[in-house]
Design a protein around this ligand. Structure first.
Ligand SMILES: *[C@@H]1O[C@H](CO)[C@@H](O)[C@H](O)[C@H]1NC(C)=O
Ligand SMILES: *[C@@H]1O[C@H](CO)[C@@H](O)[C@H](O)[C@H]1NC(C)=O
Length: 419
């Protein structure tokens, strides 16, 4: 489309139109014919030796294409063409780059189907992008982790095996002004997308899919990052839909559909007596289908710091196991956790306009620390019923300072949690 219009550069108006078309749509896949100074520089991975047959290793070819794009003095496009499959081992694409970069994935990036392609040093990473300002990743293509072998060898699947980490499919580390849009991620080895030490991040129109039984396959994981937006995503995996970890501030999540999976989780925070800081988290307009949790905050005893100024609102839950849960006594270790005096403070948390069904009676559970009770917990307009109308739901609380407004079903804090 772009090449037919380039010949029609007659009126200034048309030129303007053209400019907006060429930036909004992708440039041509071959890239070679695009030399006009108004076009972005296009670096096609095939021109750097990639085969795109899904069999030959294209890791070095992508690294070379990245280096060329990253050294471009003009805004660059690194293109993975449509209709082809590129086999990639663990790869790190680093900045800083001379200009902004669009990593346009139209085709498929696939990981090797065996674990032997990884060494112990890189086994937590597959595609790792770091120290880049002004990076966009988009294109409508697919990033496939081929994770089945990793799931089969997870200690969660086979208790006889040691617990070792597996690769995160797509990691962004130390990236500012980052956009990740319109991509499909499937069957990651573990976490699908991880955002670490980044700021000004937009994640949108991502479809993330892995079996509900696949271990630790979080959809989106965010840590040490601020000013992050997540919108219009569909996430079906075996672990958290979105996990929000230490150092996350000013996160807005909107229009996300989750399930199967473990729901939207803040934490776990404060493990091994660590300090955690999470604040200004807005989760708005989310649907959860068959997840084990809905809106969840979990912290370990013995930690410090805070999780505060958090809003979960406009959520629809369908067959969710624990729709609303704050757990300041979280314990996920082989041995039971012993009681400790300090805690990560949980303060100013609003649960508002939340409705739907639960498969367990415990619709609302606020299990807070006796040393540092949860405070400022607001429950507003909540209607959670047992799936199939089989009796009433319950709300249990411990050490929680809460208030209610509007209709709240089940009535808040009728029951005490038994320890
Ligand atoms: C993983 O385990 C399942 C069930 O045992 C088996 O059917 C499948 O072939 C295994 N996949 C791989 C890649 O080893
Ligand atoms: C959590 O983040 C805070 C502040 O960013 C930092 O001081 C602390 O060391 C972090 N904790 C862990 C366990 O990384």
């Amino acid at each position: 489309m772009a090449s037919t219009t380039t010949r029609l550069v007659c009126a200034p108006l048309l030129m303007l139109l053209l400019l907006s078309v060429s930036t909004a749509n992708s440039v041509q896949e071959t890239g070679s014919s695009l030399k006009s100074s108004t076009q972005k520089n296009v670096f096609v991975v095939d021109n750097y030796g990639a085969r795109g047959d899904g069999k030959h290793d294209d890791t070095q070819a992508l690294a070379r294409a990245w280096n060329a794009a990253c050294s471009s003095s003009r805004p660059a496009v690194l293109l993975v063409p449509k209709g082809k499959t590129y086999l990639l081992k663990s790869i790190t694409l680093s900045g800083p780059c001379r200009s902004s970069i669009v990593f346009k994935v139209k085709g498929t990036l696939i990981a090797p189907p065996s674990m032997s392609a990884w060494t112990d040093n890189d086994r937590r990473r597959w595609i790792f992008l770091q120290r880049i300002t002004g990076l966009t990743v988009n294109g409508g293509g697919t990033i496939s982790g081929n994770g089945e072998i990793w799931w089969n060898n997870s200690c969660k699947t086979n208790k006889a095996l040691p617990c070792k980490g597996a690769p995160t499919a797509l990691t962004f580390h130390l990236c500012n002004n980052l956009k990740v849009e319109n991509l499909k991620l499937v069957n990651s080895q573990q976490i699908h997308v991880s955002v670490q030490d980044c700021s000004n991040v937009h994640l949108a129109r991502l479809t993330i899919t892995a079996p509900g039984t696949s271990p630790n396959t979080d959809g989106i994981h965010i840590t040490h990052s601020k000013y992050v937006q997540v919108r219009d995503c569909l996430i079906k995996t075996g672990d958290d839909c979105i996990s929000i970890e230490n150092g996350t501030h000013d996160l807005h999540v909107t229009k996300v559909v989750c399930g199967p999976g473990h729901g939207i989780s803040i934490g776990s925070l404060g493990d091994d007596n660590s300090r955690a800081e999470v604040s200004r988290i807005y989760i708005d307009t989310v649907r959860l289908y068959g997840t084990s949790n809905g809106a969840r905050i979990k912290t370990w005893q013995g930690g410090s710091g805070y999780a505060k100024d958090i809003v979960f609102q406009n959520m629809i839950m369908d067959n969710v196991q624990n729709p609303i849960i704050i757990d300041q006594n979280y314990c996920d270790s082989a041995k039971p956790c012993k009681g400790q005096n300090s805690a990560v403070e949980v303060r100013n948390v609003v649960f508002k306009n939340i409705q739907g069904t639960t498969i367990s009676k415990d619709a609302i559970k606020l299990s807070c620390s006796k040393n540092l009770p949860c405070s400022g917990i607001a429950l507003e307009n909540i209607d959670l019923k047992l799936e199939g109308g089989k009796g009433d739901t319950e709300s249990t609380c411990q050490n929680a300072k809460w208030r209610k407004s509007g209709n709240v079903i089940p009535l808040p804090c009728k029951g005490k949690i038994k320890l």
